[in-house]
Design a protein around this ligand. Structure first.
Ligand code: UDP
Length: 239
């Protein structure tokens, strides 16, 4: 439908794994291109967009630590992995004629801008797509927490978490055929039932600041646009 978007400003969280597609490491250009197309379509519909990208397709600090590396060093590597992904997304967006800016929470001036809130607001108000890299800039955090943080700082209307499943289930739908999907959940239900939505720090931030969160299946082309037009796809978490 041609309905006007329901949201003025959104923060989209893409996991690193979302960029892998059928590969088992790195970035699949077809997948990142399709995601870029959907982001541009939303931007053209007038939605202001910030994107937080994970790094799990390259490095995760916890995994590196389990293999014997210092955790803080591993987290630094994980954050740098998100910068790599962010640059790839910036390139995909620009190749398609859009304006995008990578803003990093750790300083890498030869490669991208620093994350500065007022500049980020300026970018998205001008219709540029801001890509927030390096998570929160701190070890022991995740890009889910970074997404919650940026959504709140930017006063977004909605935090969208793109996943490979079409919402939050009572149990893992890949393992339990009787698992049921929630249409809505409260933040406290997510935390108490230990549902695999986002880590607890991210959920608690959303709860404490009333940031609505929708979890949806990003492998289904067109879902982003459907959500922005108001279709209740996936699972909505709110107070
Ligand atoms: N990371 C970090 N601080 C942050 C965000 C990320 O140290 O604020 C590191 C951490 O090691 C994490 C890695 O970067 O495992 C990649 O991020 P994440 O695991 O959230 O990526 P995703 O699962 O979304 O692909």
């Amino acid at each position: 439908s041609d309905a006007a978007p329901k949201y003025r400003r959104i923060l989209l969280k893409l996991s690193g794994e979302a960029l892998m597609g059928e590969e088992d490491y790195g970035i699949d250009p077809k997948v990142i291109g399709r995601l870029a197309d959907e982001i541009i379509e939303a931007s053209k519909a007038g939605v202001q967009i910030g994107v937080v990208i994970g790094g799990g397709n390259i490095f995760r600090g916890a995994g590196l630590a389990a293999a014997g590396m210092d955790r803080v060093t591993g987290d630094h590597m994980g954050m740098l992995a998100t910068v790599i992904n962010a640059l790839a997304m910036q390139d995909a967006l620009e190749k398609r004629g859009a304006y995008a800016r990578v803003m990093s929470a750790i300083q890498i001036h030869d490669v991208c801008e620093d994350y500065i809130l007022r500049r980020a607001v300026r970018h998205i108000e001008k219709g540029r797509i801001a890509i927030f890299a390096a998570g929160t800039g701190n070890p022991f955090f995740t890009t889910d927490s970074a997404a919650a943080l940026r959504a709140i700082e930017l006063n977004a209307d909605l935090l969208l978490k793109a996943t490979k499943v079409d919402g939050v289930y009572t149990a893992d739908p890949a393992k339990h055929s009787d698992a049921e999907r929630f249409e809505t959940l409260t933040y406290d239900e997510v935390i108490e039932r230990k549902l695999a939505v986002m880590d607890t720090a991210a959920i608690a931030l959303c709860r404490d600041h009333g940031m609505p969160l929708r979890i949806y299946d990003q492998t289904q082309p067109g879902n982003l646009g459907r959500i922005l037009r108001g279709e209740p796809i996936g699972t909505l978490v709110e107070a």
